[in-house]
Design a protein. Sequence first.
Lengths: 68, 474
Amino acid sequence: MLMPRIEQPATGEASADPLLRLAEMLRLDLTEEDLTALADQLRTIDALEKEELGDFSPILRMDADWHE
Amino acid sequence: MSDSRALTNLSISEAAAALRRRETTAVALTQATLARIKETEPTVQAYATVTVERALESAERADRELAAGRDRGLLQGIPIGVKDNCYTKGILTEVGSKAMEGFVPDYDSTVVSKLYAAGAVLIGKTRCHEWSCGGSEPPTRSAWDRDRFPGGSSIGSGVAVSARSAFGAIGTDTGGSIRIPATLNNLVGMKATYGRVSAYGVAPLAWSLDHVGPLTRTARDNAIMLGAMAGHDPNDANSARVDVPDFLTDIDGGLQGMRIGIDRDYFLYPGVVDSVRAVTEAVIDQLAAMGAKIVEVNLPELEMTRETLMTIRMVESASYHRHRIREQGHLYSPGTRATLQMGEVILATQYVAALRARERFRRAMKNLFRRESLHAQISPTIPVSAPLLEDVWKPRADMENGETPTDGFVHHVYPANLSGQPAISAPGGFTPEGLPVGYQLMGRPFDEATLYRIAYAYERTQNWHERQPPQVYD
C-alpha cells in the first residue's frame, strides 16, 4: 500500500507542539517533521468529521444484493 | 515442448493444457521457472526466497498424481510465487522487515494451504515493501525499465510474473497493492470482494481494508487462481460465507447487455496524463463496440475516500504494530515506523467517523450501481504510467497543485478498498514510450465473474498481454 500524504515533506501549516507532548506521553518515536506531517493529516480528518454522517452506522457488511 | 523459455512464456491455462496432453511435466515447468529465476534475478530481484527443493518435490508429486488420474484442477503442477507477507510453514516469511528477519512460521496462511490443496507449486516468496507499506524501497526493479517504479507493495509478485519467473503470484491490496503492480507490469490483478479470500495467516496492514488476490498475465489465468484461493474460512472473522462460483463458466459470454459506468469528473480528472487517457478512451470505445452500454455517472462521495481510508489504515496499523514498535522500533526504517505509529494519536471518535464515512461511501456506490443497473465501473487503474524511481514521491512538473504520482495512484485505487467491492486491473495498452497502461474495473460485491468476463472479452481483441518486458530479454 502506498501512502503519500504523510510521506511527503510537511507543509508546516499546522503546529506539531501539542502532538509532540502527546507523542512523548505515549512513548512514540516520532520526529518533529513526522509530527508536523501528522498535524497536516489530522487537519484532513477534521474535514471528515465535519461531514454529515448522522444516518450511517460504523458497520462494514458486504452484501450481494447490488444486482436488484 | 522442451525449450525452457517457451515453457515459461506459457499462460497458466496453456501450461495446464500441455500437462494434460502430456506435452510437458510439472517438473519441466518448475525447472524452467527456476532457470528463469536464475537468469532474471540479478536484474529484477523479485524474490526474497526461492524454494528450490520444495518446488521440485511438489512438482514431482503433481506429475505422479496427474499420471495416476488424480486431477486437482488447473493449478496443479504450476509454479506460483507468494508475497512474503503470507505465512508459509517451514519457509522464511520476513514481510520485508528487519524485525521479521529469520522468521519461519509454523503454519500456513489459508491462501497458501488452498494453493497447496490445488496442487500448485510454490516456487518462492516474492519481495514486498516493509510491512506492506511504502516506508522503504526493496531492491526489486521493473522488467520494463529498471529506472522506473514497478509498483508496490506486492512489488516482487508483479515483477516475477512479468519477468516470466512465475506463472502467477499472490499479492495483497490494502490501498492498491495488487492493482498498481498489475498496471505497471502489464498484468491482470484482482482485488476480490472483501472477505472473498481469507486473510488468515497474512501479516495485516489494516484488517478491515486488507484483501488477498492473484496477479497473472491473462484474465483467464486470474480466474483460475482466484477460484483456487477463494472461499469461507472460519479462521478469518471477516471471511464471507458466500459460495465460490467457477469463474471460468461464463468468462467468454461477451458484453451484450452489459452496462459499464464511467465517472469522468473523478477518474479522468486533469491529473490523468494524455497517454493514459488515450488508452482508457480506446478501451471504452472497444467495449462499446463489442456491445457494452457506456453510462456516464457521477459520484461526489468519491472525493472523501482518501481521508477516510487513511484514517482507518493509520489506526488499525498502529494497533497491530504498537507493542512491536516499542520493543523493536530500531528494526523499522524511520519512514515506516512513523507511518505505523501515527495512528496512535488519532482519536477514537475520529476513527469511528471514518467508519461511518466508509458506510456512507459504500451505500452511495451501491445505490449508484443499482440506480444505473451497472455491471461495472471503468477507469484508468492509475492516472500515470510508471514514473522514474526518483520521481515517485515528488510533485509532478505538469501539475500546479503539488500532486505526486503516488497521490494519483491512491486517488484511483483507494475507493475499491474502502467500499470492499471487487476491482481488477488489466492490460489496456502502452504509452508511446512502450510502458504498460492498465484499466480498472470495479464491480458488484461477489461478482468477480463479470469483471473477468469483461476483461477477457477485451483481452481477446488485443495482444497487449503477450508483450514481453525488454529488460530481461535483451
